[in-house]
Design a protein around this ligand. Structure first.
Ligand code: HMG
Ligand code: MG
Length: 300
């Protein structure tokens, strides 16, 4: 299979990147991050979540963030919504695209959204109906596709089953989440083969956390399997509050460097992206998780 000539990056830094931060982050800093990412040329930014604030306190300010960001034409600003209540809140905030999230592991589903996999899928149905009526596109996530922090290994057939359900209920794209970042390139190729038999490959995306340092290899493996959409997080920020020890997503800067090296276009400006990452790391007082950004900043 030939490598795709064009790739779309889904920037999840403001959501996946910040949701796990213990320290309060000012709305103004979140807004600045989103605006910086828009300026860097990202065409899809996951801005926040409309989830229970008791579960993920950091995302409680998402209404204000959506109200204050500068939305550029042609850019998608999306939010996570676990249920109809979250969807209605997102709608009120003017959100134009949402994502639902399920898991391929029963234990993770219980820990993350307090229900079984099948209950979660049922819960999405009224949300999907409402979204259809409102003309809102819905993306779907499947977590724990290459392992679960509670159950260990997960069968690719289970991932395929959940992905197929999400696709059939109307999610236009299914993002396969290696929540704990433990998957390898071989496992990734096998996963795509199995899931690709149930959901067209051009409807699949990769979401690789980088805990074991395998995310770029997994993205390359996915490119070889024809996947054209990848989630990433500026400066490698993030983690999931319900996946202890898992680190952030693969850094957007590092993915961009890989894509540039392969001659794959993405429309993103590396310098502006590095600035965006450096600024939020300074706010958080955290080391930059992007190897590319660290190298470039050391040379500057
Ligand atoms: P629950 O406690 O079972 O829900 O939580 P409930 O319906 O019993 O409601 C409990 C309370 O939450 C009530 O308030 C509801 O009103 C409120 P109270 O009466 O106690 O004051 N509530 C809400 N508030 C705001 N927005 C809502 C909402 N829904 C209920 N949408 C629930 C179930 C799903 C709500 C909860 O478990 C939750 O919010 N979980 C979110 C967890 C989360 O955000 N995890 C991180 C994102 S997923 C991720 O990171 C993985 C991903 O990156 C891919 C990967 O890496 O694998 C996507
Ligand atoms: Mg994630």
């Amino acid at each position: 299979m030939t490598i795709p000539s064009k790739v779309r990056l889904v920037e999840v830094g403001p959501r996946d990147g910040l949701q796990n931060e213990k320290q309060p982050i000012r709305v103004a800093d979140k807004v600045r991050l989103v605006d910086d990412l828009t300026a860097a040329g990202l065409s899809y930014i996951e801005v926040g979540s409309f989830v229970a604030p008791k579960w993920v306190p950091q995302m409680a300010g998402s209404v204000e963030v959506f109200a204050q960001i500068k939305q550029a034409p042609g850019v998608t600003y999306a939010a996570l919504t676990p249920n109809l209540k979250g969807f209605e809140a997102a709608l009120q905030a003017g959100v134009k695209e949402v994502a639902v999230f399920a898991a391929a592991s029963e234990a993770f589903s219980q820990k993350n959204i307090n229900c079984s996999i099948s209950e979660s899928l049922e819960r999405f149905l009224p949300l999907m109906d409402a979204a259809k009526q409102q003309g809102i596109r819905v993306r779907g996530y499947v977590s724990c596709v290459l392992g679960c922090p509670y159950e260990g290994s997960i069968a690719p057939t289970k991932v395929a089953e959940v992905a197929r359900e999400l696709y059939h209920m109307g999610c236009y794209e299914i993002s396969l989440g290696d929540t704990i970042g433990a998957g390898t390139a071989g496992e990734t190729r096998r996963l795509i083969e199995v899931v690709g038999s149930k959901v067209p490959r051009n409807k699949l995306a990769g979401h690789f956390h980088d805990t074991y340092g395998q995310a770029l290899a997994n993205i390359y493996a996915s490119l070889l399997e024809g996947i054209e959409v990848f989630d990433s997080s500026v400066a490698g920020l993030g983690g999931c509050p319900y996946a202890k020890g898992a680190t952030g997503n693969v850094a957007t800067e590092d993915v961009l460097y890989l894509l540039n090296g392969l001659g794959i276009s993405s429309g993103i400006d590396m310098d502006l992206l590095i600035e965006a990452g450096a600024r939020i790391c300074a706010v958080l007082d955290k080391p930059n998780g992007s190897r590319v950004a660290r190298a470039r900043l050391a040379q500057a």
